[in-house]
Ligand binder design. Sequence first.
Ligand SMILES: [Zn+2]
Length: 336
Amino acid sequence: MSLILKPRKFPRNLRLFEAVVRRLPADHSFRIKAEKRHGQLLSGHFGEVSTEYIFQSPLFEGSSVFHNLRLEYYKDRFLEIDTLLVFPQLIVIFEIKYLAGKSVLFRGNPPQMIRTHMNTEIAEDIYEDPILQAKQQVKNLQHWLQINNLPKIPIEPFAVMSNIKANIIIDSSYKEPHRILRKTMVESTVETFFTEAGFQTGMQPPIRELTSKLLSSHREDRRKAIDRFPVKYTEFLKGVHCPKCFRMPMNRAHGMWHCTFPECSYRCKDALYHTLLDYYLLASDTITNQSLRNFCRIDSPYTAYRQIKNLKLPMKGNRKSSVYCLKALFEPLLGE
Ligand SMILES: [Zn+2]
């Protein structure tokens, strides 16, 4: 069996976009873009999760698997790989796509991926050719291997179309149709590459230097929404949101948070945790009593103080000018 060195987890980026969409007013100029990106990330994650079992195949014995790897290959330039399969003689990059719809067409001139929707023949979405994207990743990864003094290993790019219901059509103008795979084709395609190249799968000498370097070089994008997007802190909707229906605000009474929407009426004690996660992803690693009151719409400094104290956050400064660090609170969830 392959060794999953970097398992897939719920993407931080998806949590970030959830928070952005939740907290931008409906008429904000970035809102539609954020919603679209959120939808893409969600279906992308769904598609990636649905391919995970493939990489546990006995055929990949001796390989190491990295899901959602992000490496810096030049200063402040990053390559992002959905799934990377590392054998001693070969590295395979899988660009995983999940496109809901009736059909996906690949064209060669110019290279494009075109999705047709389920209910209409006319509406189409046009995307970049995933093999072109994966080939760019090959170049970037080759550069990364070189600057890290690691052995030059052949790298093969593939795109995995994870929606089994979509009809995949490859136009005759498309140059490398063998690189577009359905999920069921992944194992046999890798096997064919091995056979043709005279490699053998199965027990292989480990390539610890490369795999440990890949693992230690992963860089999560930890930038805050206000540093990444055209959004200002002051523009975000404030208040504690309901962890069940995700709407705002919740009110606090008798030591509990209450959803103000009658059809939900959810009550809980830990709503602040979820709201502070939004603040952490959107705005800052640290929070003060005043910023907590502002973001969570809590009037009383004393209530805010009590709430923060319950969370047992590491702090700096004295009680009047305390700055609380949120990182430790969210490390377990975000895996940082
Ligand atoms: Zn609710």
